[in-house]
Design a protein around this ligand. Structure first.
Ligand code: TYD
Length: 203
């Protein structure tokens, strides 16, 4: 039987990375064979593109094209073969991030992102997307608390993340069955309880 594809989204600092490990472990306890991966990245070429995307200054359209170039490799080499083998794939970000960051954040027309998505993915979508939502100021404080050096996106000003957040929320409103908004201001135990119920509904 074909596996399921779950993606985690949210502005930087919203907590998706914290929850990814727990989610993978929860699914393994349900007997699923789980593959955890991330974007940009997930393949040797994708990780090289990631290094460029997180450090080099570039035009927003160049950025978007490279995101989708990395994504195509990721889908063809990692995600699709794993799903076909019955594995469950969890990705730290996927196409919704391009709508949110390049569309919302950088101001690229949504239609351009949609055109690339249709061209490269031909209707391929996650079975479930968990959108970790948090006010941008709270996310910024959490990021600062990690002590890690910020990448090119994390250096953006608050207004950028406000636009990213709103673009994510717009997508969730457009696709409420696929995208579940998780209120990241809740404590971790409450979030896990909510996630358990949702995941069990598709297991
Ligand atoms: P992120 O998951 O935040 O990495 P880390 O947890 O290591 O900081 O992803 C890196 C950045 O890439 C993030 O700031 C958002 C950005 N990004 C886009 O702008 N568009 C995309 O399509 C994707 C997948 C990521």
């Amino acid at each position: 039987m074909r596996g399921k594809f779950i993606t985690l989204e949210g502005i930087d600092g919203a907590g998706k990375s914290t929850h990814l490990a727990w989610l993978a472990e929860f699914l393994r306890r349900q007997g699923k064979d789980v593959v955890s991966t991330r974007e940009p990245g997930g393949t040797p070429l994708g990780e090289k593109l990631r290094a460029l995307l997180l450090s080099e200054d570039m035009h927003p359209e160049t950025e978007t094209l490279l995101m989708f170039a990395a994504r195509k490799e990721h889908v063809v080499k990692v995600i699709e073969p794993a799903l076909a083998a019955g594995k469950w794939v969890m990705s730290d970000r996927f196409s919704d991030a391009s709508y949110a960051y390049q569309g919302g954040g950088r101001g690229l027309a949504t239609e351009k992102v949609a055109t690339l998505e249709d061209w490269t993915l031909a209707g391929f979508r996650p079975d479930l997307t968990l959108l970790f939502d948090l006010p941008t100021a709270t996310a910024g404080m959490r990021l600062a608390g990690t002590g890690q050096a910020p990448d090119r996106f994390e250096l953006e000003a608050g207004g950028f993340f406000e636009r990213v957040r709103q673009a994510y929320l717009d997508r969730a409103r457009q696709e409420p069955r696929r995208i579940m908004i998780v209120d990241s201001t809740n404590n971790i135990e409450d979030i896990h309880r909510i996630l358990e119920i949702r995941l069990l509904s598709i297991c």
